[in-house]
Every structure is written in C-alpha cells, then in structure tokens.
Design a protein around this ligand. Sequence first.
Ligand SMILES: C[S@@+](CC[C@H](N)C(=O)[O-])C[C@H]1O[C@@H](n2cnc3c(N)ncnc32)[C@H](O)[C@@H]1O
Length: 325
Amino acid sequence: MTAPEARRAAAIYNSAVATWAIAAAWEVGALDELRGDGKLDARAFAERNGLDLVATIGMFRALASVNIVERQDTTVITSGNFDEVYRYRSFFHWLSRGSGELFRQMPSVLAGAGNYQRDAAAVAFACREIDRLCYAPMFWSVMERLDYDFDVVADLGCGSGGRLVDILARYPGARGIGVDIAPEAIELARRESTAAGMGDRVTFIEADVLNLDDHSLFRDVGLITCFMMGHDFWPRDKCVATLRRLRALFPAARRLLLGDATRTSGVADTDLPVFTLGFELGHDLMGVYLPTIAEWEPVFEESGWTLVGTNRIDMTVGEVIFELR
Ligand SMILES: C[S@@+](CC[C@H](N)C(=O)[O-])C[C@H]1O[C@@H](n2cnc3c(N)ncnc32)[C@H](O)[C@@H]1O
C-alpha cells in the first residue's frame, strides 16, 4: 500500500514521463493506430516499425500509468484519457520534443545563462497540428470573407509550410512564398510541399522576418499570413517598426492575417488548462514578451495597418487572428 501523499507524488512523476511517451507514441504512429482500431499489439507494432520491443512496451506502460491506455502484457487498449490526450497531442509534443532542452536548462536559464537549443523541426511539426486544432477553422472563415483575389501569398515564420500547402490547395492559381529563420523548418517545409505536389508553386526563403531584405518576389504578394510568431516582433517599438517595414516590403499586400497566442490572465494556478503553463513559462524562460490583445491593438494603427477584425479563438493561450488592411 502506498500512502496517499506518495501516490500523488507518483502521479505527478508519471505524468511527466508520460508527456514524453505521448509525443513519441504520436511520432512513431502508435496514437493514430490506437485511434483507428482502439487497440494494438505492442510486439507486432514494434516489429512493423523497426522499434525495440522492450522500450516500446515501456512507452505503452508510461501511457498506461496515466490511464491513456490499458496494457495486458503486449496488448494495448485505449482507455479513459485517450481521446482528450489524442486531441491535444501536439501540445505535449511541443513541450517535450520541441522545447525539452529549454526546460532541461531551467536552473541556468533562471540565472540568465543557459545554452539551450529548441528543436525547430519538432516545433514546426507540433505547430502544424496546433494550427489544425486551434487556428484553422477561424482562419478559413476569415479567408472566405476576403473581398479580393490574390496571385501570391507570403507566410512569415512558415514553419512546416503546412499553411502554404493548404492555401495553394484551395487556390489552384496561386503561388506561395515561405519565410523562416530556422534551416530545419525550411528543410521540412520543402520536403512537405514537394510531397504534397506543390514544390514548383512555392519558394522558401531562409531569413529573419525582423530584418527582412527586399526581394523581387515580394512585389506581387497580395496576402501575408503570419501565425504563431507575432510575439517575436515584440517589444513594442520593434513590433511597430517591423509591421511598418512589412508594408514597404510587400506594397501590393491588401491583407495581413496575424494569428497568435496572447498572454492570459485571471486563471488560478491550479485551474490552468493544457498548454498554457508550458507555453507561458517557456516564453518567460526565453525572455520573449507575450502581449495581451489590448497591447496589440493600438500597435497596428501606429504602424500603418488598419485593424479590420479581432477574431478571438481563446482555446488555451488567448489565441486570436487579427485581420489587418
Ligand atoms: C511556433 S512556429 C509556427 C510555425 C507556423 N507559422 C505554423 O503556423 O505552423 C514559429 C515559427 O517561426 C519561426 N521564426 C521565429 N522567429 C522568426 C524570425 N525572426 N524570422 C523568421 N522566422 C521566425 C520559427 O523558426 C518557427 O518555425
């Protein structure tokens, strides 16, 4: 028998281990297989995917410890927490695979040091799914309301390139430009767009959006999108300057759709929903300021953009899509 206090400590510990197992189980295809069939055999799964059997069983055991699956020897069956965890799998992945090194270095980062490197490809991979879960429904309703046609769309901080691929699929005559600072993200985006048969309609540029040089390709861009990186424009002065510069660099752009998380407030520490804590602490550790919606709005007017709409999503981290003209 374990004392209740020790049981509670074990639950905290096991959920930390399970976070890594969730991200891994998603990447190796186990979550999707379980989602489809409701069960799998760990031995057959490991063999099919070239995985070590003992370690694979250990991964399912970690999932079972927090009631995501039940495990009888090598038989794995979905359990009470499976559906919610599957829905939010990208948040677990963002935390462990994308940002693990940052949290591992927390003691030195707290002291203003720390030499961490987040995994840009893993962050881009997780964000593709975060987008589908969170931003995409609102994004497409904003797109449907656009009252003009565009030939070229530019996505700033394009990550996996998923947004461009999705836009080009819906607008067969359009071409795309993706800009990202991380070579790993650009590489992933090139691979994904080629796999989707869009390789010849999209150009990826490795560059810093905050110090973007003029490029002849930018002249015809009619629509700019920028998702989950707007907070990197801050602090305020830098943000105003960057938004102003985008107007000059993309003279034909009639809309900028800026989707991002914003700082939440007023939620008790013990009531925080999935993702909020990891996202906000992660950015605090990185020294990245997360503005509130109220801080964002006046900045647009000051930088020469007109705010047409503030489309609130508010899933977990105050997500919003600003529609700027
Ligand atoms: C959270 S991810 C979002 C990716 C993508 N926009 C999406 O919606 O899935 C942020 C991306 O912005 C890129 N990024 C961050 N700062 C940047 C900068 N200053 N210039 C260009 N890209 C940047 C990162 O490399 C990363 O791929």
